[in-house]
Structure formats: C-alpha cells, structure tokens
Design a protein around this ligand. Structure first.
Ligand code: HPA
Ligand code: MG
Length: 269
C-alpha cells in the first residue's frame, strides 16, 4: 500500500498499475441495468452480480436520464424555477456514500489516514463520508483513525471552468509526509483539477494517496482521472446541490439537481 512519487496506489484488481497519476476513464460497457424510475447502468459485470463494487466507476447515470420532477421532492422555495430536475436524490447519495465508506474501510482499516477535504464543494460529501466511516468504526475491530484537513480550490466562474486553478490553504502540507492521505472531492470534471492537486499533494511525499469522488462527469477528454472510490458517473451537465454551487448559490440544496436557464441567468455574475 505504498505510493511512490509519480505513482498512485491501485489496490483494486481492475485498475492498472500504470505509473501515471490518474487512471484513464473507462468507457461504460453496453450492459444496462434499467430500473423502474432511476435510470442507471452499471459499468462492469461484477457490480451487476452484486458481488463487488471494486474498481467500479460508480453508478452510471445515462445521458438520456431526464431526472425526477422537482414536484416529487421537497426543496427550498427560494430555488423555485431555478432548477430543471433532480438527478440524484439526497437519500440515494447517502446510500451510495455508505457503501463507499464500507469500501474505504475494507481497504484502509488498519491505517491512520489524513482526510483532505477539497472545499468548498466537497464539504458535505466529506462530512457524510467521514460520519459513515466513523459509524463503521464503532463496535467493530476494524477502525480507521482519521484526521481531517481542508484545502480550497477555485476554478469555476458561472458554469465554466477557468484556466486558473487556485489552491487556497494548501501552501504547507508538509505534515502529509509519510502519511496515508484520502482526498475527498465532490466532483471530477475534466480531471485537470485533480491532476494538479495530486501533483501538489505528491510533492509532500505522502506514503499513500487515495481519492474519493462523489461524482465523475463523462467528459470527452482522455486525460480524465478516475478516483479510487466513485459515487456516480454523471452526464456532462452542470449540476448543483449537496454543496455544489453555481456562483456560491445552491449549496443549501440537499439533492443533486440540474440548474435551469432561469437559474443560470438569475445568479450569473
Ligand atoms: N457543478 C458545480 N461545480 C462544478 C461542476 C458542476 O457541474 N463541475 C465542476 N465544478
Ligand atoms: Mg464551485
């Protein structure tokens, strides 16, 4: 479980031990698991058999998934008209997070870890993931001692990624030397941000780095990184909620939703 500079730890059998920083994004197989209303497809057979989530790119939400009508859920009235649909309800996020916590526990239970929460978007996922790992540590011989540290990245203006990636509060991460680090990110888009962050973290010579990402966007970019633990693979659309923002709005929304054109205009800067 050691990581050497320039090499990510890759425990799952389906991941390559390529010396690159990131695993290339796998394209989903053609196996579909169409459920009554939550239209998902899984991208490997092992997931469908229910035996393992290892090496999975997460629950795949297909491009033609229209999402649930907002009328089926409750959400803050101040966002009325600003959203098109709910693509991942809060309860589903929580259930998937519980499973990711289980996978992390299985891999890292005898390690002390430093959780590196990537703000601002990652705060909710990180808090819930850490809570679930804590739950698993209680009344069990498997425990993970966790310290939590926060760094802040900023690269989006409106719904567009800017070239500038600012890492705020990451100046001195020298305390990571020799440590096991779990980076917790809400969303991985092009993967450029993740690559930059990984390079930065690796320069402080941690012993091991793992990445948990709640959402991975299907973007047509080969350089995309796949986190070690993925919640959902989603279409290449701008999503908000569960701490993901559009110009700082919508963090106070529990579900992951697609913003409407009205919403974009209303909060545009
Ligand atoms: N929503 C909010 N923040 C983001 C997104 C998104 O879809 N992609 C990258 N950062
Ligand atoms: Mg943002």
């Amino acid at each position: 479980m050691e990581v050497h500079p320039g090499q990510r730890n890759t425990p799952s059998p389906s991941r390559s031990s390529s010396p690159s920083l990131c695993s290339p994004q796998k394209s989903p197989s053609t196996t579909f698991l169409e459920q009554d209303c939550f239209c998902v497809k899984e991208n490997n057979m092992a997931d469908i058999s229910g035996q393992s989530d290892r090496g999975s790119g997460g629950i795949v939400i297909s491009d033609d998934w229209p999402g649930y009508s907002l009328d089926l859920f409750s959400y803050p009235a101040h966002y009325s008209g600003d959203l098109n649909s709910v693509i991942i309800p809060h309860g589903v996020i929580m259930d998937r997070t519980e499973r990711l916590a289980r996978n992390i526990m299985d891999d890292l239970w005898d390690h002390d870890i430093v959780v590196l929460c990537v703000l601002k978007g990652g705060y909710q996922f990180c808090a819930d993931l850490v809570d679930r790992i804590k739950d698993l540590s209680h009344n069990s011989t498997q425990t993970i001692a966790m310290r939590v540290h926060f760094i802040r990245l900023k690269s989006y203006l409106n719904d567009k990624s800017t070239e500038d990636l600012h890492i705020v509060g990451a100046e001195d991460l020298s305390f990571l030397a020799g440590k096991n680090v779990l980076i917790v990110e809400a969303i991985v888009g092009t993967g450029k941000t993740m690559k930059t962050l990984l390079k930065h973290v690796e320069s402080f010579k941690p012993k091991l780095i793992k990445v948990a990402g709640l959402l991975v966007k299907r973007v047509p970019c080969n350089s995309a990184c796949l986190p070690d633990y993925v919640g959902f693979e989603i279409p290449n659309r701008f999503v908000v909620g569960y701490a993901l923002d559009y110009n700082e709005y919508f963090r106070d929304l529990n579900h992951i939703c697609v913003i409407s054109e009205t919403g974009k205009k209303k909060y545009m800067i």
